[in-house]
Design a binder for this molecule. Sequence first.
Ligand code: GRF
Length: 191
Amino acid sequence: MSAKHKIAIFASGYGSNFEAIATAAFAGVIPAEVALMVCDKPQARVVEVAQRMGIPSFVFSAKEYASKADYEREIVSRLRAAEVELICLAGYMKIVGEELLSAYEGRIINIHPSLLPSFKGARAIEQAMEYGVKVYGATIHYVDSSLDGGRIIAQRAIEYDGNSIEEVTAKIHSIEHELYIQTISKLLNKE
Ligand code: GRF
């Protein structure tokens, strides 16, 4: 087994991807240690999950800072203190700004619940269903200053021809977890 790489996971909500990645890291399935969880929503479930798993977190409220640059500077200093090498966004609902992008250029990835470049932005699954698509999916891509527009790293598709948002969301979530774990593992093993 190769040496463990320190990663950070950014989330704003439920945290099922965070939980799946952290569980895989603890089990030694990926050569990673989740050194920091960053969350901009103090009430989010993911905050409790990180606490339960004993993973250090930085939880902040954007409104307590004068600007995005200010809170991102704080995030960068926490990431550096934790010696984080790779940032994995998993349901982080803030646009990543210049401070973070320049400090971690080429080392920030995101998961999006559609086959990009289709259905960027929020409500991706709902948008896809409104179009009547028959093939849904998930994409992992590098993060740059565009919205869900950075270079694609990995994708997985699933067929679904029903009309239940809950059902297709659950299916997409389960492929997301697997895809994210495999992709992190590949990226870290290359280093
Ligand atoms: C996932 O569907 C991810 O693709 C999107 O936000 C959702 C986060 O879910 N970016 P969870 O918080 O990991 O359960």
